[in-house]
Design a binder for this molecule. Structure first.
Ligand code: MN3
Length: 238
């Protein structure tokens, strides 16, 4: 009897303690969120050298793509955020429609490029077929890796103008669903987790492949970082 009371007291003390820890953790995270993060975007560095994806993507192609094109989206998104900050400070009018349209395009460009660099890896480390959970889910959804690859290729090949092919995960159904993005922000499924992207803006391949999107896509499969795509899948399922 007395042991039970002691143990129940101990349990309630533990509950109070764990509640206190949760509150402290929340306050700590909240403080970090407000104070420690930059309120602007920055260009992430590549997880490999500029010549690491050769012969499939040349050093010149990768350097210009990262330093000029990706940087341009970061710069433009930050300029729009600064414009919003300024208008709020001055309490002045702003064209919300035009501003948010441009913001969506540039934030999309920044985030998709950040995913793109990470889902590529030097030949040898990248390429081949995925393993792990991703392989099982591809088999279940598409029937085979070959069918998956064909659908992703066709998704990328048929983007009208500039855009992206993406593999996404729907958390309501846990299905892998291909997504075709026009520009950086059109035809996006809200809330779906993006696991893998292929950039089919001409700026991604014109130095190496001219206007031959199909040849770039064929070569692209040699440098897919399946380990990273698997990591993204596991994180998305948590
Ligand atoms: Mn690009």
């Amino acid at each position: 009897m007395s042991t039970k009371i002691i143990s129940s007291n101990r349990n309630s003390e533990q509950n109070i303690l764990s509640k206190k820890i949760r509150v402290i953790t929340f306050e700590h995270n909240y403080f970090n969120m407000l104070e420690e993060k930059s309120r602007f975007y920055s260009l992430p560095s590549l997880p490999y050298a500029y010549n690491a994806l050769e012969p499939y993507i040349s050093e010149q192609q990768l350097t210009i793509h990262h330093q000029k094109h990706h940087q341009a989206y970061v710069t433009a998104a930050n300029q729009i955020l600064e414009k919003l900050d300024k208008a709020r400070k001055e309490n002045s009018e702003i064209d919300m429609r035009a501003t948010l349209k441009a913001l969506s395009f540039n934030i999309g460009g920044h985030l998709l490029h950040s995913l793109y660099w990470g889902n590529m890896a030097p030949p040898g480390k990248g390429g081949g077929k995925p393993g792990g959970l991703l392989a099982d889910m591809i088999e279940k959804e598409f029937g085979s890796f070959e069918r998956f690859r064909k659908e992703m290729n066709d998704t990328a090949l048929t983007v009208e103008g500039s855009g992206w092919a993406a593999l996404t995960l729907c958390r309501q159904t846990n299905r892998l669903i291909p997504m075709q993005i026009e520009k950086h922000n059109v035809h996006v499924y809200p809330m779906f987790r993006i696991l893998f992207v292929i950039d089919v803006f001409e700026h991604a391949y014109y130095i190496d492949y001219k206007n031959n999107r199909g040849e770039y896509l064929e070569k692209f499969w040699n440098i897919v970082n399946w380990d990273e795509v698997n990591r993204r899948l596991e994180n998305a399922l948590k």
